[in-house]
Design a protein around this ligand. Structure first.
Ligand SMILES: *[C@@H]1O[C@H](CO)[C@@H](O)[C@H](O)[C@H]1NC(C)=O
Ligand SMILES: *[C@@H]1O[C@H](CO)[C@@H](O)[C@H](O)[C@H]1NC(C)=O
Ligand SMILES: *[C@@H]1O[C@H](CO)[C@@H](O)[C@H](O)[C@H]1NC(C)=O
Length: 355
């Protein structure tokens, strides 16, 4: 404690020297006089304490990784960045706007899933001369190891969008909003945006094909449409929504979060609307609430169902005629993607391989 008081004395001395060097020298001389008066062991101990105090203070300021990540990144973003993205993809959307931006919701531990997506439907860069890009949405954990690993992953692949919020199931809405905000800020000249998950099989070829055929460029939102869904009021449910969160009896139309697609003009509109729509933890419902505020209704992409939120048995002919299907392990995504790619020219008996 006494050592720390000395630091205070030192600060007084420093600010005095700023005001005038003359005054400063006087103070210094006084201090020297004081030092010379006390040639005791006591003083040496005080000096050591003072030194330790300075070292500890210096250390806490110089080594930020010893402080909680959340605090650190918050300070970094406040000081150096206009928006608080921690990681962003290496891309220049303004120079080469993609036709389709695929945003994949993922977590730190899903390394294998990200690797599988990068090798399969996420690797496709050009379809019918249209650019497609795939980026991963991720939050933060309290682990610095996680953060370092992720920063390395982004340095290697340049495909991660990250902001500072705790990556939990209940924060999925924030994750989606982050992706939408990123598009509205940095990639608004793209044509379409898809939000999906990393356990999905996406037939990007068919999706681009259908989007080109549909040719609706604005106010367009599509996916596996859910109408008249009711909030689950059972507290033990994974999808529980309290009356305080959402008092109405039914949700407005929305598309299953397993995979929905919208024209890029909606990114900024949804993001703007989100400022006036209280957050509901279910991200797909939440986007639906924003759409309803904007008076936009989701519509089918084509006459038959192509978005599935469940798992469909693999066959080349069935997977050719779907856009999304759910619940695949990374190894299965790799396997089925290869099978699909290798049989591009195979004949299918009917146009629709689905039973
Ligand atoms: C492909 O797109 C580029 C730029 O969008 C264009 O310059 C080029 O002519 C296109 N090629 C074909 C074959 O359509
Ligand atoms: C969501 O993220 C915020 C910001 O990091 C955090 O304060 C909050 O606890 C998180 N919510 C949940 C339910 O995890
Ligand atoms: C969104 O909000 C910003 C800032 O308030 C405004 O400049 C912009 O025009 C809005 N965009 C849309 C599409 O409403």
């Amino acid at each position: 404690m006494r050592g720390c008081k000395k630091i205070f004395g030192l600060q007084v001395f420093q600010s005095a020297s700023k005001q005038s060097t003359h005054e400063g020298i006087l103070v210094a001389l006084k201090m020297l006089q004081f030092i010379l008066q006390r040639k005791t062991l006591n003083f040496l101990i005080l000096l050591v304490l003072l030194f330790l105090c300075i070292v500890i203070l210096w250390y806490t300021w110089q080594v930020p990784s010893y402080r909680p990540l959340v605090l650190y990144s918050h300070q970094v973003t406040k000081r150096f960045q206009k928006t608080d993205f921690l990681l962003t993809p290496e891309t220049d959307c303004m120079v080469d706007p993609p036709y389709l931006v695929i945003l994949v919701s993922t977590t730190h531990d899903q390394l294998k899933a990200r690797a599988a997506v990068r090798k399969t439907w996420g690797k496709i860069r050009l379809i019918q001369n249209k650019t497609v890009v795939t980026y991963f949405l991720i939050g933060t954990t309290e682990s610095h190891v996680h953060q370092d690993t992720l920063a390395n992953e982004n340095a290697q692949h340049g495909d991660i969008i990250q902001k500072n919020f705790l990556d939990t199931y209940h924060n999925l809405t924030l994750k989606t909003l982050m992706g939408i905000e990123w598009v509205s800020l940095f990639c608004s000249s793209s044509s379409f945006v898809m939000k999906t998950d990393s356990d999905m099989f996406i037939n990007v070829f068919y999706l681009v094909d259908l989007l080109l055929k549909k040719d609706k460029k604005t106010n367009f939102f599509t996916g596996f449409i859910k109408l008249n869904e009711r909030p689950l009021r059972d507290t033990s449910s994974k999808w529980y929504v309290s009356e305080a969160e959402y008092p109405e009896k039914t949700y407005p139309p929305f598309c299953s979060g397993t995979g929905y697609v919208f024209s890029a003009d909606l990114a900024q509109k949804i993001y703007n609307a989100s400022r006036h729509v209280p957050v509901v933890n279910l991200e797909d419902v939440y986007v639906g609430l924003c759409l309803s505020k904007l008076n936009i209704t989701p519509e089918p992409l084509t006459t038959k169902n192509v978005f599935f939120s469940h798992r469909i048995q693999f066959s080349v002919c069935s997977f050719r005629n779907i856009v999304t299907t759910h619940r695949f392990k990374p190894s299965e995504i790799l396997l089925y993607w290869r099978a699909l790619e290798e049989s591009m020219d195979a004949e299918c008996k009917s146009d629709d391989g689905l039973s």
